[in-house]
Design a protein around this ligand. Structure first.
Ligand code: GLP
Length: 259
């Protein structure tokens, strides 16, 4: 596991975008796993800048997103319909600014009529695409990856998952409150890639920033491997692992950043 500590959010974002852009240049038809939340926004902005200023070409890139709330979703044909889906987030924060082909974008479908069947289909699509080359990951306040809440099996696959109160509270603040949606009306379930699915990516790239993430980052990287902190599964990843932190998020790490 390689842990890179950068001065601030901006430097963290640039470093993550450089790794992703490096792969796109080397393997133009690579498969990228994307994440949502506040943390990856800077990485997406830097990728957009690289596309606009340096011609970074997404035309053959395929993407799979980690998760989506159940009961909402977006038709990419009508992207301006207001909703709080992660699909819309991805469209606004990245996809509409780059030359990615619509048919190469894969998003969990929060509006799927049969969500369990959809989850199985999503797993098959990832396999058919040849697997994920780089999976970008954030970390939730309780140490979750995607929506793999505490107690999720470390071998779990894409599935429907109930959200914890803490995750609902955090995501209410960052997404739903702004849209004037009442707390009780936000979705309480989500479709999420499983921990087992994420561990099959060839390169896991986790980013975290800010002092509020320092304790959970240290639990995930230096603590026990436990389903209580599903991001601790990073320690089990059989492939390449890169963690990029700003100095505040790294401030509680001890032995793992000594070399
Ligand atoms: C949500 C997402 C996660 C993300 C987390 C943290 O729960 N499902 O994928 O890592 O939020 O978000 P933020 O980066 O805003 O702290």
């Amino acid at each position: 596991m390689e842990i890179l500590v950068k001065n601030d959010y901006n430097q963290m974002s640039i470093a993550a975008a450089e790794i992703i852009a490096g792969l796109i240049r080397k393997k133009p038809d690579c498969v990228l796993g994307f994440a949502t939340g506040g943390t990856p926004i800077g990485t997406y902005r830097e990728l957009i800048r690289m596309h606009k200023e340096n011609g970074l070409d997404f035309s053959n890139v395929k993407t799979f997103n980690l998760d989506e709330y159940l009961g909402i979703g977006i038709n990419l044909e009508k992207p301006y319909e207001l909703d709080q889906s992660y699909a819309r987030f991805m469209y606004e924060e990245l996809f509409k600014h780059i030359n990615i082909k619509k048919e190469n974008i894969n998003l969990p479908d929060g509006l799927a009529k049969e969500p369990d069947n959809f989850c199985q289909w999503y797993e098959i699509e990832i396999k058919k695409a040849g697997g994920i080359d780089i999976q970008l990951l954030g970390i939730g306040a309780d140490g979750h990856w995607a929506f793999n809440e505490p107690g999720s099996s470390l071998a779990s696959r894409t599935r429907v998952q109930a959200l914890t109160k803490q995750t609902l509270d955090d995501n209410y603040e960052s997404f739903y409150k702004k849209a004037n949606i009442k707390r009780q009306n936000m979705p309480h379930y989500a479709i999420t890639m499983g921990i087992g699915t994420i561990l099959e990516s060839r390169h896991a790239l986790m980013i975290a920033s800010g002092a509020q993430k320092a304790a959970i980052v240290s639990e995930a990287l230096e603590g026990c491997i436990t389903s209580k902190v599903t991001a601790s599964a990073l320690q089990l990843h059989p492939g390449k692992v890169t963690v990029i932190l700003d100095s505040a998020a790294a401030s509680k790490l001890t032995w793992s950043i000594k070399y």
